[in-house]
Design a protein around this ligand. Structure first.
Ligand SMILES: Nc1ncnc2c1ncn2[C@@H]1O[C@H](COP(=O)(O)OP(=O)(O)OP(=O)(O)O)[C@@H](O)[C@H]1O
Ligand SMILES: [Mg+2]
Length: 415
């Protein structure tokens, strides 16, 4: 299969030489039974590559399982991987098949391999070399035919040097190393990925398309993306859902990028306003606020229908959810001589928003809503400060924001 076909089939975006090289290696090694060690930073696409290798191998119709070695307690990992006999240990009521048995004929993806305990490493080495394993609590040698793909976001050789990883297993797994480059080493892919993700998410959430202005594009490309493709994807999703102004500026983008310690790759700050971390709390507030607005508008709509038996042409609303409703279903219109059924565009009163997709009008109800958001925030901050007797650090902790953000908010809200 040629490289473009592979990308298309597996939804891989990007065209940088390092990414193409990784795809070529995956393509070449896939048809063999050779073990592969995939290395790459968090969120760079290791799991995606494990699927590519399995799907392009003769085992593609066999089972595939991904096991996170770092997430299984040391006491149970042997039994999960290799199975156990009845009574093998306290609590082993019945016998259990391990993944190396159930995945026979397929592929097992061992994620975070550096976290695998030494005892399990010995069992893994044996199964890699001879296809043999023994269930926990048994003495009978079993056979299996499983291909192993392992992955790590740390340098396994460091673990070898520290005596935490078997050197023989390291070489056995690393027959073909496959390095997934971090995003900052394939800058030319960043914008392509961003465009794909934002267009997918605006489709999914049925929000208007998103664009970046020139400065924002520079920020996007020059950021170091420690969380790689996953981080970029999450950011695209947040923008698609939360931003009203669909032309994103550098300043807006920076609110979605956590401050880096040590290895900042960001260009100079583009405005002189202090930037806050875009905390989960803020996002939650925004989502709740939008939901509440939709509820208010829906209530208005229901009242309108009950009162007039349909939607009059004077009915105005302020909710993208209702616009969607209008698009999806035909609402009953009031058929009397003075009213005709026409759909109203939503009106949007978010302050400082000059988005042309949504007209701006102010309704008392809405203004109240946005004020109460600020009120709630001050209220929470006051309560937290009171509870912790004015100790900002503890209050910030409880609120789930940084001390710096709290400090700024105290000033901003004049508390
Ligand atoms: N080149 C790419 N094109 C499109 N999507 C990608 C690409 N690389 C990764 N992704 C997407 O990014 C996300 C993270 O990828 P993946 O889970 O494979 O990363 P990972 O390296 O296994 O991360 P971790 O180390 O945290 O386990 C997934 O949603 C994946 O679909
Ligand atoms: Mg992963």
């Amino acid at each position: 299969m040629d490289i473009q076909e592979i990308k298309q089939r597996f939804g891989i975006i990007g065209n940088s030489p390092l990414l193409n090289r990784a795809i070529n290696i995956a393509n070449q090694v896939a048809p063999t039974d050779i073990s592969v060690l995939i290395t790459g930073e968090s969120g760079s696409g290791k799991e995606v590559f494990s699927h590519i290798i399995h799907q392009m191998s003769p085992r593609k119709h066999g089972p595939f399982i991904a096991v996170n070695c770092g997430a299984i307690p040391e006491g149970t990992i042997d039994s999960e991987l290799f199975g156990h006999e009845k009574g093998a240990y306290t609590g082993a009521i019945g016998e259990r098949k391990g993944y190396f048995e159930t995945v026979n004929g397929g592929t097992i993806f061992l994620d975070e391999i550096a976290e695998m305990p030494l005892g399990t490493q010995a069992r893994l080495l044996r199964v890699l070399e001879s296809g043999q394993y023994i269930r926990v609590g048994s003495s009978k040698v079993e056979k299996t035919n499983v291909r192993v793909i392992a992955a790590t976001n740390v340098d396994v050789y460091d673990a070898v040097k520290a005596g935490k990883f078997r050197e023989d297993l390291y070489y056995r797994l690393n027959t073909v190393p496959l390095k997934i480059p971090p995003l900052r080493e394939r800058k030319e892919d960043i914008f392509l990925l961003f465009r794909k993700f934002t267009s997918d998410f605006t489709d999914k959430y049925r929000t208007p398309p998103i664009q970046l202005d020139d400065e924002a594009q520079q920020v996007l490309i020059n950021y170091s993306w420690p969380g790689n493709v996953r981080q970029l994807k999450n950011m695209a999703e947040q923008l698609a859902v939360l931003e009203r102004d669909r032309v994103i500026t550098a300043a807006t983008l920076l609110t979605y990028i956590p401050h880096e310690t040590g290895r900042s790759n960001l260009p100079m700050r583009l405005d002189n306003q202090p930037k806050e971390d875009f905390s989960e709390r803020d996002i939650l507030y925004k989502v709740l606020f939008d939901m509440k607005r939709d509820m208010v508008e829906l209530k208005k709509l229901v009242a309108e229908i009950i009162e007039h038996g349909g939607v009059s042409k004077n009915f105005q609303h302020n909710s993208p959810a209702l616009t969607q409703l209008y698009r999806d279903i035909e609402l009953p219109s009031v058929n009397n001589h003075e009213t005709q059924f026409t759909l109203q565009q939503p009106v949007n009163n978010s302050v400082g928003n000059n988005n042309t997709d949504y007209n701006i009008t102010h309704e008392a109800e809405e203004v109240e809503e946005s004020l109460s958001l600020i009120e709630k925030e001050s209220d929470l901050i006051r309560k937290a400060l009171k509870k912790h007797k004015g100790k900002r650090k503890l209050a910030a902790n409880e609120l789930g924001i940084s001390e710096r953000t709290l400090y700024r908010k105290i000033k901003e809200l004049d508390l």
